[in-house]
Design a protein around this ligand. Structure first.
Ligand code: C2O
Ligand code: CU
Ligand code: CU
Length: 499
């Protein structure tokens, strides 16, 4: 543990409001579930991929069926595979009774196909974006981006993965058998009521956003997955609405991070622990050649109070024996009959070309604020949590009719971001960027690759360099926002045009 971001403590430390309906459900387990692997749909030939936005019912655990949302399935959506220099054609159909916008998070595409809130699909309507994929290999995702409802719709299931391949990445010796040694891993947390229904309320969320009490991986509680006795790639998405996770293995084994949000790192980075903010993706390689099972731990970062305690807790945790550890959220179990990838890890993965200082033509500052508005939300008489917080960036809350920034296409800029309280994952549409500083510090090697989320807090600036290569009109602008979805829905978001 060489480096960690300072803790995300909010100034007023009122605990998240937990309604009386949120009593944790206890269920009897009839043995562990198998990890659900979303079906892979191949979009590389340009054939339109049908994505029906629909309601469903899904078994998260043994407590029966839960009403959910999904894309052409009951919960979440298929994993879409595409390739650099191909056309990805999507065909969304909204079968719900509410409108839904669907954003391709991490995709470098023009604003008119980016899926921001202006592109909401009305009930019964279709949307057929055609996406020219030019960017290199990466793990991206698609999720609801409906005005004021992103948190709720994503929580109910409107999210899925997009895998972009490219020839250079394909030529590297990395595990690449989807569902065998290349696994999609979506970490989320959910709260269920006594009937097994999802509990969610934007207005009852605490100021940190909505935290579920139960971790689910691809929609299952503590599942297992059979893996070959070799190297296994996990494409991990922190798909939680608000929670920051600490990810490690129960036996503290070393793994290698090979890719961040926007694609491959320059070289694999050995780690035993990593933090993941909401919306971030990390591709890691874990070696299962010893045949021993490996438990993936997803610890709640909010349970560690401050930096000292955090590091102290981690050190203690590393010394603890198996029985003291929290239960694994996912268990990798070796099956010797599966074809194993045992080639050594490539020493070099990708070349990252950074801009020269003189190429950076202008800078912008973004100040994220959350203040007690002094006004209780009148909806249901709730007086705390989000209801009484004003969320803004540079003093203004998201307004669909206002373009907050105008950016010149093809020009490098430096953006500095900080907050007046707490840590926030700041996301920018239409690009990948490079982190120069994070909370005033140089980023560690595992965060020096292409990113579309940077964590910031109130101690010091986070700083990125970014360039936009595609247009975004004032009618269909891009967004920048906090990826704590309740902060986003409460206005911690802005719009920008690129021309
Ligand atoms: Cu993943 Cu604008 O969001
Ligand atoms: Cu995005
Ligand atoms: Cu935030």
């Amino acid at each position: 543990m060489s480096w960690t971001f300072s803790r995300r403590q909010f100034i007023s430390s009122s605990a998240a409001l937990v309604g009386t309906s949120c009593v944790p459900l206890s269920w009897s387990k009839s043995g562990p579930a198998r990890l659900p692997i979303p079906p892979l749909v191949d979009g590389r030939q340009g054939k339109p991929i049908e994505l029906n936005i629909r309601s469903g019912s899904w078994s998260f655990a043994d407590f029966g069926k839960t009403p959910t949302l999904g894309f052409s399935q009951d919960y979440l959506g298929p994993t879409i595979r595409t390739q650099q220099y191909s056309e990805l054609n999507l065909h969304y159909k909204n079968t719900l009774t509410e409108s839904v916008a669907v954003h391709g998070h991490g995709l470098h595409v023009p604003g008119e196909v980016d899926g921001g809130p202006q592109l909401a699909i009305e009930p019964g309507a279709d949307w057929r974006p055609s996406l020219s994929i030019v960017q290199p290999a990466a793990t991206c995702w698609y999720h609801s981006h409906t005005h004021g409802k992103t948190g709720e719709q994503t929580y109910r299931g409107l999210a899925g993965l997009i895998i972009i391949d490219d020839e250079q990445a394909n030529s590297l010796s990395l595990p690449h058998q989807y569902g065998v040694d290349d696994l999609p891993i979506v970490i989320q947390d959910r709260t269920f009521d006594a009937q097994g229904r999802l509990v969610y309320s934007l207005y009852e969320a605490g100021e940190d956003g909505w935290y579920g009490d139960t971790v689910i991986i691809n929609g299952a509680v503590e599942p297992f997955v059979s893996v070959p006795a070799g190297k296994v790639r996990l494409r991990i998405l922190n798909g939680a609405n608000a929670r920051f996770y600490i990810v490690r293995f129960a036996d503290n084994r070393t793994f290698h991070k090979v890719a961040s949000d926007g694609g491959l790192l320059e070289a694999p980075v050995p780690l035993t622990t990593m933090e993941m903010a909401p919306g971030e993706r990390c591709e890691i390689i874990v070696d299962m050649a010893d045949g021993k099972p490996a438990g993936l731990l997803t610890m709640f970062e909010d349970e560690f109070d401050d930096e000292d305690n955090f590091i102290g807790s981690l050190l203690n945790l590393n010394k603890r024996s198996g029985k003291d550890l929290p239960p694994a959220s996912l268990n990798l179990v070796v099956d010797k009959d599966l074809p194993a990838h045992n080639a050594p890890l490539p020493r070099q993965l990708a070349t990252i070309v950074r801009p020269q200082p003189k190429q950076i033509m202008r800078s912008r500052d973004f100040f994220l604020t959350m203040e007690d508005s002094g006004v209780a939300f009148d909806g249901d008489g709730h007086k705390n949590g989000h209801a009484a917080m004003d969320m803004a960036i540079n003093g203004v809350a998201m307004d669909m009719n206002v373009i907050n920034e105008r950016v010149q296409r093809g020009v490098w800029e430096r953006w500095r971001i900080r907050s007046n309280q707490g840590a926030h994952p700041f996301h920018v549409h239409g690009c990948s960027f490079l982190i120069e500083r994070m909370g005033g510090l140089a980023p560690p090697p595992e965060l020096q690759g292409w990113k579309d989320i940077v964590v910031l807090d109130d101690d010091d600036w986070s700083q990125i360099v970014v360039r936009f290569d595609y247009p975004a009109t004032e009618r269909y602008p891009y967004m920048y926002h906090c990826h704590i979805l309740e902060h986003e829905d409460r206005g911690m978001m802005g719009q920008f045009a690129v021309s």
